[in-house]
Design a protein around this ligand. Structure first.
Ligand SMILES: [Zn+2]
Length: 185
């Protein structure tokens, strides 16, 4: 936050004394430091207004929402049977908003002979992620109704669908996601 205040001072010649720093920490100390720093630059790039902590929070909130919208990862590669699926979901969405997911995925590219880390799979294979997510909930289709973790089948067939799930099942998974609380708002 010290750097954020110093950056603001570079634009508007304010004095970043300890009392001001304390107030800024109290108001927006919870924000990601890099996002807050970017917000100061963005603010003075298109505004003549003296920047206040509320400006920074508003910009950071917009940036996080934008990252979530542009991420092709509505759902995490969690083990569908895991009891902590909800918390894992919230954690991943928080990481996408922080802008951390892609860089973590690049850092964690798999080496030969090892299983790719979850972040890598999540960043590289949205289809895989969707399949895991759909299979986390039971299929709502009459004639299928496969339970969690079991791939969908066409009615009357013993073979699993190529995609692994009926589209309605993914909708059901998303509906469950929407019902979750969103901690970043
Ligand atoms: Zn199904």
């Amino acid at each position: 936050m010290k750097r954020v205040l110093a950056r603001a001072a570079a634009f508007d010649n304010r004095r970043p004394d300890p009392l001001v720093l304390e107030a800024w920490l109290a108001a927006i100390g919870d924000l990601d430091p890099t996002d807050a720093l970017d917000a100061v630059v963005a603010h003075y790039g298109d505004s003549v207004e003296w920047i206040k902590p509320g400006h920074i929070r508003a910009r950071v909130k917009r940036v996080r929402a934008e990252r979530l919208r542009s991420a092709d990862l509505a759902l995490p590669p969690a083990d569908p049977d895991a009891r902590d699926y909800g918390p894992q979901l919230r954690k991943l969405l928080g990481e996408i908003a922080d802008g951390r997911t892609v860089s973590r995925a690049l850092d964690s590219a798999p080496t030969k002979g090892t299983e790719p880390p979850a972040e890598y799979i999540a960043a590289r294979g949205p289809g895989y992620v969707r399949r895991r997510a759909a299979l986390a909930v039971p299929c709502p289709l009459v004639g299928c109704r496969m339970g969690p973790g079991r791939p969908c089948r066409a009615p009357g067939s013993r073979r699993s669908l190529t995609a692994g799930y009926h589209p309605a099942r993914l909708d059901a998974a998303r509906a469950e996601l929407d019902a979750q609380e969103t901690p970043w708002t």
